[in-house]
Design a protein around this ligand. Structure first.
Ligand code: 0L1
Ligand code: MG
Length: 271
């Protein structure tokens, strides 16, 4: 039955039902009312990650492959807006990825928005607790530009923290740049990133917008996953978080994120 407070008692059938609820919305591109309004008001964060895990399992069962984890709600502004202190994580899958400079079809989404991110590739696995910024930088093989497309499955991006965790943190698309930079060759907290759509600057920020330093976001991820006996793996592309606000995109848009510090740029077109 619904309305159980104890996480360990959340029925397996409810986890399955809630994960199918968000999966169907993604597949049919039909927005849904948030879980905490439509189905389970008391959904908490632990339960929400159980729903996300089941969603990930369902995708893998279909043959879809994880490219890497992503961190969400990593900016001061977003945390304040949602009244939370902790970032969240989800996973980017192969079917979400478009090559740098390629075309993304708006018809694949409900109400997509784009945000420029900083991505990491590690040369060794990291598992918390106790992972620090220095540990992350030491384990980092490359830093790369990335654009993330977020597309909450919920009406008007209207959700609570557990809702968005269950919805795989709105993960919907990713474009990774091809310019790989060594971590010692860029100041990740001061590096400037500008989001340009159709030649017009939409917003700009520095790496510090991501939890003070992008490597701090990866450390938080390794520590959160460590609590579950999981880790961040070498070779995965990891999205650390957004440098600016997310901007809605539509057919005809040409989206470019330009990075300082010789990190290069990354772009895509919307059709
Ligand atoms: O990647 C993100 O920061 C998005 C997390 C989910 C919040 C949203 O959909 O706005
Ligand atoms: Mg993001």
């Amino acid at each position: 039955t619904y309305y159980r407070k104890d996480v360990s008692e959340m029925d397996e059938s409810i986890i399955k039902e809630l994960s199918q609820y968000v999966l169907t919305a993604e597949e049919e591109k039909e927005e849904i009312i948030k879980i905490t309004e439509a189905l389970r008001p008391e959904l908490n964060i632990d339960e929400a990650y159980m729903v996300q895990e089941e969603l990930i399992r369902k995708k893998m069962e279909k043959g879809q492959k994880v490219i890497g984890p992503k961190m969400g709600i990593t900016s001061e502004a977003k945390m304040k807006q949602m009244n939370v202190d902790n970032p969240i994580y989800g996973y980017v899958f192969d079917y979400m990825v478009t090559e740098d400079g390629g075309a993304v079809s708006a018809g694949n989404f409900i109400h997509p928005k784009v945000e420029p991110e900083i991505a990491f590739i590690l040369s060794e696995d990291l598992q918390g607790p106790g992972i620090t910024v220095d540990d992350v930088l030491e384990a980092t093989e490359f830093i790369l530009p990335a654009l993330e497309i977020i597309d909450s499955r919920y009406e008007n991006f209207n959700f609570t923290l557990p809702d968005v965790i269950a919805d795989n943190t709105s993960a919907a698309g990713a474009v990774y740049g091809t310019d790989l930079t060594k971590p010692e060759d860029v100041d990740l907290d001061t590096v400037e990133v500008t989001l340009v759509i159709n030649g017009e600057v939409q917003d700009a920020g520095t790496g510090a917008a991501i939890l003070g330093h992008p490597a701090n976001s990866i450390a938080r991820l390794a520590n959160m996953l460590g609590e579950k006996g999981r880790k961040v793996s070498a070779g995965e592309r990891i999205l650390a978080g957004a440098v600016t606000q997310a901007i809605p995109i539509k057919p005809g848009d040409h989206v470019v994120a330009k990075y300082g510090g010789e990190m290069g740029e990354v772009s895509f077109k919307v059709t």
